[in-house]
Design a binder for this molecule. Structure first.
Ligand code: ATP
Length: 548
């Protein structure tokens, strides 16, 4: 005896394709209140197949617990207002991701779309006795509905929703429907999905806001991400950089100031516009903490974290409280009982750092350090790894976005000269960053990396709560031969190492299956906040709406 079991897999996170469909339907003048998408899996089972739901949930290609909901349906047919779409004349499969499911004889996958009317919340396609029908003969797709007959439902689907476009991937079908109507105004919405060069911006909530940042550091990534999520984009550049930023089609506007440190002069003008500032490393370099706090422009992130990040002492307290391992610190040269690195305050990219072997070494070079502020930190011998995270205040979930290591001169080249040959050469290691290399972490160490990120976020909510640290951040580590992570530093915003991953990283791909840079992830968070009417959750609390 065989039976048909039906499972629906839907997103628990906001669904961008459904949102685009909704927008396009609105542009078509079709008053739809909600569009929902799901993957529907039908399994023809023989006998008693055991726990089929658990077997289905074990396939990552079907179900990712971080973003999906899996529910078995009582009926093997679409619900009222729902349409299932599948390739025409599709033969059932017997394997998923190359694997059989015990007890399952045949597998069919459909994409489900359902729409609700805006005001009434009734289905857009009216329900009637269930039956299968075919769409127009030239369509590549077959439609199944709860059943108000071929004409009404087919036209509903053809005009309003098609879950797959010609290019194959499931996407907003409203666009497809718009194209079949030949209405050029809507073609644009459709084309942004399929064009390799996206010069047109997606429509949506993003059109209301402009994502702005300083033209430097990771601005290209941030603005490309903003553009891809449908925002207008603004780069604030200087005379040297403005031509570069103007050369990118995804940057809608470039404002030129003489020096980046003049940024505060522009603030009153920016405050009048619907702008969201996405800060990066150069903001910290060019603007003081006070200036950061003074500007009353919506700001992605929590400025309260800046105090904890900027002070080496407070940062140390934060990381220790999170249970992270830190290199020992020595107050005076006399205390040094192992190799140390001398870190100058305010240095950037490791410039001017010094390696000292012992107290004697310190005394010999003390004159170089006179009148400088520095710390003496235990030198950890191991592999440096910079882990890029994103914490979403909307979902309460931490994501590992990517990882890199820095390529530093000359410390990374000392191994190229045999140590015997180095004797007497008087080479001092230096730590000047020249670039970044991508890395993936041994998977058995990934759980620890994830835990560190979670602990840092948890403690941040205690020390600068309630929002704490959110958005992009980076923990800079050195991993010793016994696979212990020692923490050098935390950066509470997007770091330049993420520029390696403008097209996404192996880790972001696992979560998104589409190119997802950290810059784009930031823009998506802002968009999701706008869609769920919770923009406050992703902006610094210091922002006050200017009087109307
Ligand atoms: P940025 O602000 O750009 O992150 P920075 O000037 O704060 O850089 P760090 O990232 O703290 O500098 O360190 C620069 C480099 O010095 C590191 O990439 C690493 O190679 C080396 N380094 C820092 N701390 C240690 C340590 N405790 N042990 C060994 N090497 C270290």
């Amino acid at each position: 005896m065989s039976a048909l079991r039906t499972f629906a897999v839907s997103l628990t996170i906001p669904d961008n394709e459904a949102f685009t469909a909704l927008e396009t339907l609105a542009r078509l003048g079709i008053p739809v209140g909600r569009v929902a998408r799901a993957d529907v899996w039908q399994f023809e089972v023989e006998g008693a197949p055991g726990d089929l739901a658990a077997a289905v949930a074990s396939f990552e290609t079907i179900f990712n617990p971080n973003k999906h909901r899996l529910a078995e349906r009582a009926s093997e047919r679409p619900e009222p207002g729902e349409v299932w779409i599948a390739p025409r004349d599709e033969a059932p499969a017997t394997l998923v991701a190359g694997r059989p499911i015990p007890g399952v004889r045949a597998i069919r996958r459909r994409t489900s779309c359902s729409t609700r009317r805006a005001a009434t919340s009734r289905p857009t396609c009216s329900p009637a006795p269930s039956r299968r029908f075919s769409a127009t003969p030239r369509s590549r797709w077959q439609y199944y509905d709860h059943g108000d007959g071929p004409s009404a439902a087919a036209s509903c689907v053809e005009r309003n929703l098609v879950a797959r476009s010609d290019v194959g991937a499931p996407r907003c079908a409203a666009s497809w429907g718009a194209r079949s109507l030949g209405r050029s105004a809507f073609k644009m919405t459709m084309m942004v999905e399929t064009l390799a060069q996206r010069s047109a911006r997606k429509s949506g909530v993003g059109e209301m806001y402009t994502i702005a940042t300083l033209g430097s550091h990771s601005a290209l990534q941030i603005l490309k991400g903003g553009h891809d999520e449908g925002f207008k984009t603004l780069a604030i550049a200087n005379e040297e950089t403005q031509r570069l930023y103007r050369s990118f089609a995804f940057i809608d506007e470039v404002i030129t100031i003489e020096r980046y440190s003049d940024f505060m002069g522009l603030v009153p003008e920016l405050e009048k516009r619907k702008i969201i500032i996405v800060p990066h490393g150069s903001f910290v370099a060019y603007l003081s903490l006070e200036e950061h706090k003074k500007m009353n422009i919506p700001y992605f992130g929590n400025k309260a974290v800046l105090d904890w990040e900027a002070s080496r002492e407070l940062q140390r307290q934060w990381l220790l409280r999170a249970g992270l391992k830190l290199p020992r610190q020595f107050k005076t040269g006399a205390e040094i009982d192992r190799p140390v690195i001398v870190k100058l305050y305010g240095a950037q990219g490791g410039k001017g750092y010094m390696f000292l072997r012992d107290t004697r070494d310190f005394e010999e070079r003390a004159s170089l350090l006179a009148r400088q502020n520095y710390i003496l930190q235990e030198y950890i011998i191991g592999v440096p790894l910079y882990i890029h995270y994103f914490y979403s205040p909307l979902t309460g979930r931490l994501e590992v976005m990517s990882m890199d290591r820095r390529y530093e001169t000359n410390v990374d080249s000392l191994g190229r000269i045999p140590s015997a040959a180095q004797v007497g050469m008087d080479i001092d290691p230096s730590y000047v960053v020249v670039g970044n290399q991508p890395l993936s972490l041994r998977e058995s160490m990934l759980a620890e990396a994830y835990r560190m990120g979670e602990d840092v976020v948890r403690v941040s909510q205690e020390i600068c709560g309630p929002k704490g640290l959110f958005g992009a951040f980076c923990i800079e580590t050195i991993i010793t031969p016994d696979t212990q992570f020692y923490i050098m530093e935390i950066s509470a915003r997007i770091v330049a190492g993420t520029n390696l991953f403008i097209d996404g990283s192996p880790y972001s791909y696992l979560n998104y299956s589409e190119p997802m840079s950290t810059g784009r992830r930031i823009a998506r968070e802002i968009k999701n906040a706008l869609l769920s009417n919770s923009l406050d959750a992703v902006l610094d609390d210091g922002f006050t709406e200017p009087p109307a």
